[in-house]
Design a protein around this ligand. Structure first.
Ligand code: IPM
Ligand code: MG
Length: 362
């Protein structure tokens, strides 16, 4: 099984190194090959997603991704910015289904900005469509307005659009995921205003006919944003478009106290996937050895589960993460009184120790 390892920028290299350490200790037939991506790739090869990196990702069974983005590249023209690397990988690999679980670990209940009783036991799955919507819709650009409020003025525009097959396939992913969980899907739209999302709602409703055992509810995105902080445990699977999913998945992540804990999977039609932490490159703490590697380590677990068909290995990683938390080890982002503050490497070592059966001391 071949894995393309793309650490990227900022804390990406530090956290991916820990996930690689964890994968290596599992004694599975994994072949890991590393390549540059994002700002690091622009610096080395003049493009955020060099052909050689894209080819490696295409040839691999799965991609383990760190994070991309750094302030020093924000002034580059859009096509050369680090973010284009992840958008390009999603597009070229057809990774249309983005799974972002928001799970509140028992030991971290108090780390949430919400009252503990609202988040204790929280387990929701945000499924975000990842290759359509206003992110990729054409046309887009800048031009001189011919109509609107200010004809003749300079304007910019993007296109929000979804085709029936795009909505159908993500709806199937959501209903099938719900079947394995709480059997409820909340489809988030803006059907009261947008044609695209009235269509979304209609198509999701049609697909639902094939899943009578799963409950479907529809919710407008503004209300969903509100309900997520009011009563998050009422959700099970949330399915939505690319842009709403971008926003709501960050909100859902924060409910759990730390975005540093949350993995994600981006899957194609054959369960090939790119696995990355839900958080970004955090250039402000890069190189300091304080980043939380657990989201990336848990992303490696998702990779073993969804793409590499190694559920037992995935279980081992996830149990090890619970064990280090139970032992009181905390990176600064999840630290609280009475626990032990550790750095990135020490956290990775502790997970390795838990997997190999050594005792962890808090
Ligand atoms: C995410 C990120 C990306 C997105 C950026 C880095 C392009 O915010 O994965 O959520 O908007 O999809
Ligand atoms: Mg985002």
């Amino acid at each position: 099984m071949k894995i393309a390892v793309l650490p990227g920028d900022g804390i990406g290299t530090e956290i991916v190194a820990e996930a690689v350490k964890v994968l290596n200790v599992l004694e599975l037939p994994l072949e890991l090959e590393e390549a540059v991506v994002g700002g690091a790739a622009y610096a080395a090869q003049g493009h955020p997603l060099p052909d050689s990196t894209l080819q490696l990702a295409k040839d691999a069974d799965a991609v383990l991704f760190g994070a991309v983005g750094d302030w020093q590249y924000d002034k580059l023209e859009r096509s050369l910015r680090p973010e284009q690397a992840i958008l390009g990988l999603r597009k070229h690999l057809g990774l249309f289904a983005n799974l972002r679980p928001a799970l509140c670990y028992e030991q971290l209940t108090h780390a949430s900005s919400l009252k503990p009783e609202l988040v204790a036991g929280l387990d929701i799955l945000i499924i975000r469509e990842l290759t359509g919507d206003i992110y990729f819709g054409q046309p887009r650009g800048r031009r001189t307005a011919v109509d609107g409020h200010f004809p003749g003025a300079e304007e910019a525009f993007d296109t929000m659009r979804y085709s029936r097959p795009e909505i159908e396939r993500i709806a199937h992913v959501a209903f099938q995921a719900a079947r394995r969980r709480g059997k409820k899907v909340t489809s988030v739209d803006k059907a009261n205003v947008l044609e695209t999302f009235q269509f979304w709602k209609d198509v999701v409703t049609e697909v639902h006919a094939q899943y009578p055992d799963v409950e479907l509810e529809h919710m407008y995105v503004d209300n969903a944003a509100m309900q997520l902080v009011k009563a998050p445990k009422k959700f099970d699977v949330v399915v939505t478009g690319n842009m709403f999913g971008d926003i709501l998945s960050d909100e859902a992540a924060m409910l759990t106290g730390s975005i540093g804990m949350l993995p994600s999977a981006s899957l194609d039609a054959n369960n090939k996937g790119l696995y990355e932490p839900s958080h970004g490159s955090a250039p402000d703490i890069a190189g300091k050895g304080v980043a939380n590697p657990l989201a990336t380590i848990l992303s490696a677990a998702m990779m073993l589960r969804y793409t590499l068909a190694q559920p037992e290995a995935a279980d081992r990683i996830e149990s090890a993460v619970r064990a280090v938390l139970a032992a009181g080890l905390r990176t600064p982002d999840i630290y609280s009184d009475g626990t032990r503050k550790v750095g990135t490497r020490e956290m990775g070592d502790a997970v390795v120790a838990a997997i190999t059966g050594k005792t962890i001391t808090g």
